[in-house]
Design a protein around this ligand. Structure first.
Ligand code: ADP
Length: 261
C-alpha cells in the first residue's frame, strides 16, 4: 500500500510537471502565432516568405493542440472548448455508446429537452461516456441488467461543502447508473487512482476513471461515485452551465448563474 501510495504521488507530481510545462509552452506559442500573423500582413502576398510564415503558424498551432491536450489531463487549466449543447452531444455519441453494451444489458437514455449549455468538447464528452458505460457493462457481466444514462438541469441554491463541494449555481447533471456488481468501500476509495484496477490482466488499464476525472475537472465540473456491493453503481457528474438560453418550458427565467471558469 505504501509503495502504491508513493507511486500515485509520483504520478501526481509528473502530471503537475507536465501540466506546468504545457502551460508555459502554450503561453509562448500565443505570441509566436499572433506576431507571425501580423508580419504576414506586411509581406507581399504569394511570395516565398509568405509561405514560410504560414508554415511557422501551422507548426505552432500543431504544438498548441498537443499542449492543450496535456493541459486537459493535468487539470492545470480549463479547456477553452464549447459551448456545447449537452443533449445534442449525447445524441451524437449514442450510437458509439450503444455498441459497447451487450444484448443482455438494457441501455436507457433519459435526456431532458431543456438545452444544457456547457463548456466542453464533444470528443471528450464521448470519451467520458464511453469509459463510464464500459465500466457499467463490465460490472453487469453476462447475467444481464440495466444501464441508465440521465442528463438533466440542476439548480444549486447553496454552496455545498464536503466530499463533493461545488458553488451555488446552475449545472448540467450527467448520471450513469448501473445494476452491476457494485464496489466495497475500499475499492470505491481508489477508483480515481491511476492504474488501479480489479480487472484481469489485459482487460483493465486502471486509466478509465482517472481520465474521466481529468476531463470533468477541465470542464470545471465534479464527479462523485456511489456504490453498493450486489446492487450497483451510480456515477454523478455536475458540469457548470454557461449561457443564458431560453429554456424549452415557458416558466424558466433568464440565467443569472455564474460563468464557468
Ligand atoms: P479499468 O476499467 O481499466 O479497471 P477504471 O479506472 O475505469 O479502470 O476503473 C477502476 C476500477 O473501478 C475498476 O477496475 C473497477 O474495480 C471499479 N469500477 C469502475 N466502475 C465501476 C462500476 N460501474 N461498477 C463496479 N466497479 C467499477
Amino acid at each position: 500500500l505504501e509503495a502504491q501510495l508513493r507511486e500515485a504521488q509520483k504520478l501526481e507530481a509528473l502530471g503537475c510537471l507536465a501540466g506546468g510545462l504545457a502551460h508555459e509552452i502554450n503561453n509562448m506559442l500565443q505570441p509566436i502565432i499572433g506576431l507571425t500573423e501580423l508580419v504576414m500582413e506586411d509581406v507581399e502576398p504569394d511570395c516565398q516568405a509568405q509561405r514560410n510564415l504560414a508554415r511557422v503558424i501551422e507548426a505552432a498551432q500543431r504544438a498548441k493542440r498537443i499542449t492543450q491536450q496535456v493541459l486537459t489531463f493535468s487539470h492545470a487549466e480549463a479547456t477553452e472548448a464549447g459551448p456545447l449543447q449537452l443533449g445534442s452531444a449525447l445524441h451524437n455519441v449514442a450510437e458509439m455508446v450503444d455498441v459497447l453494451v451487450p444484448r443482455t444489458v438494457e441501455l436507457v437514455w433519459r435526456i431532458t429537452p431543456t438545452p444544457l449549455l456547457v463548456r466542453a468538447d464533444e470528443t471528450q464528452m464521448a470519451q467520458v461516456l464511453i469509459n463510464l458505460v464500459r465500466n457499467a457493462a463490465d460490472a453487469i457481466g453476462s447475467s444481464g441488467g440495466l444501464i441508465e444514462i440521465t442528463a438533466d438541469a440542476v439548480q444549486l441554491d447553496k454552496t455545498v461543502e464536503g466530499a463533493w463541494p461545488h458553488p451555488a449555481g446552475r449545472y448540467a447533471a450527467l448520471i450513469v447508473r448501473d445494476t452491476g456488481c457494485g464496489m466495497d468501500a475500499a475499492t470505491l476509495a481508489r477508483i480515481f487512482d491511476p492504474f488501479f484496477t480489479t480487472k484481469a490482466v489485459g482487460y483493465g488499464t486502471g486509466l478509465g476513471l482517472p481520465v474521466v476525472h481529468g476531463i470533468v475537472a477541465s470542464w470545471g465540473g465534479h464527479i462523485v461515485a456511489d456504490s453498493r456491493v450486489g446492487q450497483g453503481t451510480t456515477m454523478r457528474i455536475l458540469i457548470p452551465t454557461i449561457v443564458a438560453e431560453p429554456a424549452a418550458d415557458a416558466h424558466s427565467e433568464p440565467d443569472s448563474g455564474p460563468q464557468a471558469a
